[in-house]
Design a protein around this ligand. Structure first.
Ligand SMILES: *[C@@H]1O[C@H](CO)[C@@H](O)[C@H](O)[C@H]1NC(C)=O
Ligand SMILES: *[C@@H]1O[C@H](CO)[C@@H](O)[C@H](O)[C@H]1NC(C)=O
Ligand SMILES: *[C@@H]1O[C@H](CO)[C@@H](O)[C@H](O)[C@H]1NC(C)=O
Ligand SMILES: *[C@@H]1O[C@H](CO)[C@@H](O)[C@H](O)[C@H]1NC(C)=O
Ligand SMILES: *[C@@H]1O[C@H](CO)[C@@H](O)[C@H](O)[C@H]1NC(C)=O
Ligand SMILES: *[C@@H]1O[C@H](CO)[C@@H](O)[C@H](O)[C@H]1NC(C)=O
Ligand SMILES: *[C@@H]1O[C@H](CO)[C@@H](O)[C@H](O)[C@H]1NC(C)=O
Ligand SMILES: *[C@@H]1O[C@H](CO)[C@@H](O)[C@H](O)[C@H]1NC(C)=O
Ligand SMILES: *[C@@H]1O[C@H](CO)[C@@H](O)[C@H](O)[C@H]1NC(C)=O
Ligand SMILES: *[C@@H]1O[C@H](CO)[C@@H](O)[C@H](O)[C@H]1NC(C)=O
Ligand SMILES: *[C@@H]1O[C@H](CO)[C@@H](O)[C@H](O)[C@H]1NC(C)=O
Length: 477
């Protein structure tokens, strides 16, 4: 019973984090005029947002929560509705924080999410994506108050120094104010130090202006064809070329762009409970592991990735795709780049005006990568506690049978009896059972010949019922 209650709070929290940030902004963004004036390829312009649609947003989030836990918890609606009613709407957030005109004088900051690029007839096509925002002045005392809302059974003052720093950092990252209708431009430069499996990009210097302006929430997302300026064509190199990307007007928007050759293998990896220990299925732990402790790798998973990065062909690309809130992106990137091979990133955009974003965000982001690299093969990595993954990964294998090389799912209950979420394996029905594996520990992945399609370690027993599976040993609910 206790589980049920706290998990509601955890799920609410996930939803709440998005809502809070969604509210901390001002007015709608008009769709930019004369789209044709700019020589770039645009896939999604700044979208208008109408705050009268707030009710839709709540409904979507509730649907999202409900689908995530597969109805394992009943009578959610009443509690959720009550909870949402307590969240201040619109400018209420700013006034709650006592923020006024002084925000105008604050510098612009940019979260520039490390992009990938594909090779097209017109050259390299880079998917720029990120958020323009400002940090309001909030006293440490107030930050601690706000951070306490995110903790269960403890408070900031009771954490050790590292924990306090983490809680304050993440809370400050959440209470940012998105800047709508901003122009975004980037400077690109070769990376001087290259990683082990990349070719040196000796060219590419240029400045790039995005066509659209930021959305109501400060987000931007746009594919832009850049000038070649000495870069190697994607169909004539076997290396992933990297470029430094600097957002104009701030020192906070530095990122690396990954120019990915037309062919090769891309690893698309979720992060929580597969690359790091989160324990989302134990709500209190999930919160502490996100807000009150430094991020921690899951067992020896970094070794496995390092080995893939070292031994697979140079055209191998790593893409980290998590639906964690955009505001936590820096923390995730910081952890990944210290621990795992370099790669491009995707996190949950703030933009709720597009239904498909809210309801099927993972599928949406995954499909975009697949469509951007139609000749590449994908290795999809995730875990059974994530129902989005359990649905989207096998669905992609049905929809793009030639593009999914392997699906690796950590069977989380195999090593953690506290993983009580039921998981549904029905979407795997009809797939070649040698193309996916439910594994227990990182070492189960060692030595597989992925390039030649070996995805299954025959020594690991598989128990796929193509139905709802519920492994909870300790009668946790
Ligand atoms: C690579 O792509 C460019 C642009 O589409 C094309 O002009 C060129 O012929 C291609 N090279 C090879 C080796 O296919
Ligand atoms: C953004 O760019 C447009 C077109 O170049 C320009 O008219 C507008 O003034 C710019 N806005 C800001 C805030 O710089
Ligand atoms: C991969 O790239 C490195 C560094 O550029 C190079 O030394 C190595 O020979 C390449 N490996 C393959 C298999 O092409
Ligand atoms: C870069 O930003 C500065 C101010 O932040 C602005 O004056 C300048 O015009 C911008 N450059 C480009 C290429 O947009
Ligand atoms: C971003 O890059 C610029 C130019 O190299 C550098 O001066 C700045 O310190 C970097 N910012 C961060 C946050 O690392
Ligand atoms: C939080 O920590 C990350 C990772 O170390 C860092 O990049 C970011 O700038 C910090 N954010 C704040 C608001 O201090
Ligand atoms: C490159 O990516 C864009 C955006 O996803 C896609 O529309 C286009 O078809 C891709 N081009 C190639 C040659 O794969
Ligand atoms: C399979 O899993 C076992 C147990 O984790 C591991 O020792 C072995 O290296 C893995 N790989 C292969 C190809 O058997
Ligand atoms: C590393 O890769 C090599 C070559 O594929 C393989 O023989 C070895 O077992 C791998 N080790 C680990 C820890 O994955
Ligand atoms: C996952 O592990 C649990 C515990 O060992 C087992 O009961 C379950 O059948 C496994 N699931 C799959 C899909 O293999
Ligand atoms: C296989 O999965 C079913 C359903 O989840 C479970 O009842 C059974 O105990 C599992 N068998 C093994 C050997 O783990």
């Amino acid at each position: 019973m206790a589980h049920t209650k706290t998990s509601q709070r955890w799920l609410l929290l996930g939803a709440t984090l998005s809502v809070v940030s969604a509210l901390a902004t001002s007015e709608p963004t008009p769709i930019p005029a004369n789209l044709d004036a700019w020589p770039s390829v645009i896939t999604r312009a700044a979208t208008p947002f109408d705050s009268r649609h707030g009710y839709l947003l709540k409904k979507n989030i509730m649907d999202d929560i409900k689908s995530r836990i597969h109805g394992a918890v009943h009578s959610l609606d009443k509690d959720i509705t009550g909870w949402f009613d307590k969240i201040p709407l619109g400018t209420g957030v700013l006034s709650k924080l006592g923020i006024g005109d002084e925000l105008a004088a604050k510098p612009i900051e940019v979260l520039n999410i490390p992009p990938y690029a594909n090779w097209t007839d017109r050259g390299w096509n880079v998917r720029f994506r990120g958020n323009v925002h400002k940090f309001p002045d909030i006293s440490q005392e107030k930050i601690d108050d706000l951070a306490n809302d995110f903790l269960i059974g403890t408070e900031v003052s009771k954490l050790d120094a590292e924990g306090q720093a983490q809680a304050r950092n993440l809370t400050r990252s959440i209470y940012v104010v998105g800047q709508p209708r901003q122009n975004v431009s980037m400077t690109l430069e070769p990376v001087s130090m290259q990683g082990d499996n990349t070719n040196t990009a000796s060219g590419g210097s240029q400045s790039v202006k995005l066509l659209g302006q930021t959305t109501f929430l400060g987000d931007y997302e746009e594919f832009v064809t850049i000038s070649q300026n000495g870069l190697l064509p994607g169909n004539e190199t076997h290396g992933v070329q990297r470029l430094n990307v600097y957002a104009n007007g701030t020192l906070s928007g530095n990122a690396t762009a990954f120019l990915v050759p037309t062919e090769g293998i891309t690893f698309i990896s979720d992060i929580d409970d597969i690359l790091r220990v989160t324990k989302i299925y134990i709500p209190k732990e999930g919160l502490l592991n996100s807000f009150a402790r430094p991020f921690r790798q899951w067992e020896n998973m970094p070794e496995i990735y390092a080995n893939w990065s070292r031994t697979l062909p140079n055209n191998t690309h790593f893409h980290y795709l998590t639906t964690t809130i955009e505001q936590a992106t820096r923390n995730y990137m910081d952890f990944i780049y210290k621990t795992y091979p370099g790669g491009s990133f995707d996190t949950r955009p703030l933009d709720f005006s597009d239904l498909s974003n809210t309801l099927h965000i993972r599928k949406h982001l995954l499909t975009r990568v697949f469509q951007t690299f139609p000749r590449r093969k994908f290795v999809l990595v995730g875990d059974t506690s994530n129902s989005d993954v359990m649905k989207a990964y096998p669905q992609l294998a049905h929809d793009y049978p030639d593009q999914v090389q392997c699906i690796f799912l950590r069977n989380t209950s195999a090593t953690d009896s506290q993983m009580w979420f039921p998981y549904d394996t029905k979407h795997f029905k009809g797939l070649d059972s040698k193309r996916y594996m439910f594994f227990r520990e990182p070492n189960d992945l060692a030595g597989l010949d992925i390039v030649n399609g070996q995805c299954l370690n025959e020594t690991i027993p598989q128990n796929v019922t193509f139905n709802m599976q519920h492994d909870s040993a300790g009668g946790k609910r």
